[in-house]
Design a protein around this ligand. Structure first.
Ligand code: NAP
Length: 242
């Protein structure tokens, strides 16, 4: 069986991506960090639509834990592999650089960037052997433009773009594509404390995006039809930054 693994799939954008990939016929591995109930809800939503899913909790920032959980999953699923990997888990801990604490820098970078490294390295092996794979990573407008108050987040999200472009060139001969999706403001828990009314005025589309809209783009990149797209960064931001 060929699985899709989505990190941070208990809520928000990751949940919508998990649902989309399940609709495409993939059994989905729902990674999350701490909110088991939310992850179970994602699984229920997938099952209600006739799909299948398993929970796979681990902290993306923890390389040892990621390795252990992935190895255990492989041991319990001989012959199965991850064909689509979506590196979606991310956090923000905003502050001006002058006041930023070490742990706020490291937690944000570890969760997104180091998480990409630990997990992609593991999932890639089977993709290369099978000569087919999709690695899609969720960056951000913040990683392209830079946003004040987000030096940690902008650094992590920009680095994901560099890493994906380099990896895309390494693995293209084996029909593994590596792409990045860079959302602007999307209506999830991550943005619920933001001043939506004021921010909407800055967005040419005059609204926040929906997680399902990001999921549709990820679904396309995961499909066979996107086989010739690799090393790309695709923005989805309602025209906020072009
Ligand atoms: P969200 O609603 O806050 O959900 C975050 C998800 O990531 C949750 O499933 C959470 O799991 C998981 N997660 C957090 N830390 C983790 C860790 N250390 N290990 C494993 N899972 C972890 O966020 P979202 O808005 O859907 O964002 C998803 C991605 O899109 C993030 O990378 C974010 O940076 C990016 N993004 C979002 C926006 C936006 O406007 N929302 C814009 C640009 C980019 P738990 O439920 O267990 O905590």
């Amino acid at each position: 069986m060929k699985y899709a693994l989505v990190t941070g799939a208990s809520r928000g954008i990751g949940r919508s991506i998990a649902l989309r990939l399940a609709q495409m016929g993939y059994p989905v591995l729902i990674n999350y960090h701490s909110r088991k109930e939310a992850a179970e809800q994602t699984r229920t939503l997938i099952e209600e639509k006739g799909g299948s899913a398993e929970l796979l909790p681990f902290d993306t920032a923890n390389g040892k834990e990621t390795d252990e959980v992935f190895t255990q999953w492989q041991d319990e699923h001989p012959g199965d592999s991850v064909a689509v990997l979506v590196n979606n888990a991310g956090i923000r801990m905003d502050n001006l650089l002058l006041f930023m604490q070490n742990e706020h820098w490291h937690q944000v970078v570890d969760t997104s960037l180091n998480g990409f490294f630990y997990l992609t390295r593991r999932a890639l092996k089977d993709m290369l052997a099978n000569r087919w794979g999709r690695i899609i990573t969720i960056s951000s407008l913040s990683g392209i433009k830079g946003l004040a108050g987000q030096t940690n987040y902008s650094a992590a999200k920009a680095a994901l773009i560099g890493a994906s472009k380099a990896l895309a060139q390494e693995v293209a001969p084996r029909m593994v594509t590596v792409n990045v999706v860079a959302p602007g403001f999307i209506a999830t828990d991550m943005t619920k404390d933001m001043e939506e009314k004021n921010l909407k005025a800055l967005i040419p589309a005059r609204r926040f995006g929906q997680p399902e809209e990001v999921a549709d783009l990820v679904g396309f990149l995961a499909s066979d039809r996107a086989a010739y797209i690799t090393g790309e960064v695709i923005s989805i931001n309602g025209g906020l930054y072009t």
